[in-house]
Design a binder for this molecule. Structure first.
Ligand code: MTE
Length: 318
């Protein structure tokens, strides 16, 4: 396949005023009360790690009122079956993930398919920090300061056609190095999907970092999806391919257990998992004995996303 060069961002395009006024207005309209006021980070406003990892990082006020989970906690309790089953295995085996060279292929129903290297994703798209709630289908949750690119800005570069009704995501496939992929625990590679309006919703993020640093391997380095109103399994890690498709794509967990994991997987406290309640959640870092917190519809992003599902039977399309 022809290698598609993503155009270099000219300095005139980075003029903060024009770019951010536009984005700010767009997010204000899209997000209502939680409007983002994106401001370029002032030089003195960042610690050394953050400045080195993401020069030019833009902080938004998305999630400004949320208290992030401790970094050590969020980065040591993971689901990443390619790196092993169990919550500690992914961090222990993270070094087995080969992070360079790394490229993401974008193909399917689009006018400009191609491949983009991770360093071009980091260098050519303004990186933003946003604090999101994160809710796993297993009923634990966290609050995470992510760094990344709004997925819609990334996808737009590849010019999806009107046939692109869905977007399919594929994670790394490297059974030689990744111990979990040498066993048929899941059908490899891990695949996920979103409707195009979900993929291009302003909250959907292509994450490259968390806690001001590049993503650790166990959290899906070097680039992953983050869809904060859906259960965590939708947020596929270590992406190598993104495809615009016409039909609803298959997804790993719904292939394995269709009665338990649907395509939509929107956080919904009133639709129980067949084997446990989804009404409450345990916050990582609070200990197993701490009282559980009520789970919010769409994980607290109802104002922003409920319109995407107007008229749908949410108990059937889980
Ligand atoms: N992506 C891949 N490729 N492999 C996985 O096993 N697990 C999913 C999701 N993305 C998974 C994945 C699940 S079940 C969850 S809850 C989140 O990643 C966990 O993300 P975290 O470890 O960063 O909290």
């Amino acid at each position: 396949m022809a290698r598609h060069r993503v155009p270099r961002i000219r300095s005139s395009e980075i003029t903060p005023q024009a770019v951010w006024e536009g984005r700010r207005e767009f997010l204000r309209l899209a997000l209502g009360a939680t409007a983002a006021l994106a401001v370029p980070v002032a030089a003195g406003d960042v610690d050394a790690t953050l400045a080195t990892a993401f020069p030019g990082l833009v902080r938004t006020d998305l999630g400004a009122g949320l208290k992030p989970t401790a970094r050590e906690v969020f980065t040591s309790y993971n689901n990443f079956v390619e790196l092993g089953s169990g919550k500690e295995a992914p961090a222990e085996n993270a070094h087995l993930l080969r992070l360079r060279p790394w490229a993401v292929r974008v193909d399917g129903e689009c006018e400009a398919p191609g491949e983009i290297g991770i360093d071009d994703i980091l260098g050519r798209f303004p990186q933003e920090e946003r604090i999101y709630r994160f809710r796993c289908v297993e009923a634990w949750s966290a609050v995470v300061p992510w760094v990344g690119v709004p997925l819609r800005d990334f996808l737009a570069r590849f010019k999806p056609t009107s046939k692109a009704r869905y977007v399919a995501f594929q994670s790394v496939h490297d059974p030689k190095n990744l111990p979990g992929q040498r066993r048929p625990v899941l059908a490899w590679p891990y695949v996920e999907g979103l409707r195009i309006d979900e993929a291009t919703h302003p909250l959907t993020l292509l994450a490259t970092g968390c806690y001001g640093r590049p993503l650790p391997g166990q959290n899906g380095a070097p680039v992953r999806l983050v869809v904060p109103w859906k259960y965590g399994f939708k947020s596929a890690k270590s992406l190598v391919r993104i495809s615009f498709v016409e039909q609803m794509p298959q997804t790993t967990w719904s292939k394995l257990q269709p009665d338990e994991y649907g395509f939509y997987a929107n956080v919904n406290p009133s639709v129980d998992h067949p084997r446990w309640s989804q009404k409450r959640e345990r916050r990582l870092g609070e200990g197993l004995l701490a009282s559980r917190h009520p789970t919010a519809m769409y994980n607290g992003y109802e104002t922003e996303v409920a319109g995407l599902y107007a008229g749908m039977d949410l108990a059937r399309h889980y």
